[in-house]
Design a protein around this ligand. Structure first.
Ligand SMILES: [Fe+2]
Length: 205
């Protein structure tokens, strides 16, 4: 049988020091994210190990087990990807979008204020995440809503901003004031990082 689930184990990325000096978002909160993130990395490695030992041809006989592994894998991998974006693009000085991303936001939302308003509303409406993604089929940015680590990513769209709105992202610092947390998120965004990604992915204004 071909090794359908050959994989390499991955390790959690280290957090950059700037994440512990955010404006309004505490070290305690960042550590809560990181603990979960480490859990997703471990889970991903563990599930791929189990799948390597599983026999897909016999999957119909152990349907529920196979299903659990596949669903849990999407949750773990989603949790890794979402948090790696989140960690990487925080630690900046916020303000207004700059460069290529500013051009895209102006073109696709009308203004930076309108983009922020829509992303904030999406974050308030979502149960897990809100993403500003470049949708390659639409040829534009769109703010997509996520209810969990594995819902609802859209194919052929690339997240450039990932706003975590799980309770662990705000409750310690803001209580139930999720809107206040989202404002703090914007204050700590590093648009240089977002622009680096947009350029690397080949997004064109
Ligand atoms: Fe998180």
């Amino acid at each position: 049988m071909a090794p359908a689930y050959t994989h390499e184990e991955i390790a959690p990325r280290e957090l950059k020091p700037a994440l512990f000096e955010l404006d309004g978002i505490s070290r305690e909160t960042i550590e809560a994210h990181y603990k979960l993130y480490q859990g997703y990395v471990n889970k991903r490695n563990e599930i791929l190990g189990k799948l390597a030992d599983a026999d897909p041809a016999a999957a119909n006989q152990v349907y529920s087990d196979f299903r659990s592994l596949k669903v849990d894998l999407s949750f773990a991998v989603g949790g890794i990807k979402n948090h790696e974006i989140y960690f990487e693009h925080l630690g900046g000085s916020g303000g207004e979008p700059t460069g290529l991303f500013a051009d895209l936001v102006k073109r696709d939302f009308g203004s930076a204020a309108d983009w922020k308003t829509d992303l904030k509303a999406t974050g308030l409406a979502g149960r897990g995440w809100a993403w500003t993604a470049y949708d390659w089929d639409e040829g534009r940015l769109f703010n997509y809503l996520g209810d969990a680590q594995n819902t609802y990513p859209v194919w052929n769209a690339t997240a450039l901003v990932a706003l975590d709105v799980y309770e662990h992202a705000y409750f310690v610092d803001f209580g139930t004031d999720r809107a206040g947390y989202i404002d703090a998120f914007f204050h700590n965004l590093d648009y240089d990082v977002v622009n680096d990604w947009a350029r690397r992915y080949g997004v064109r204004p």
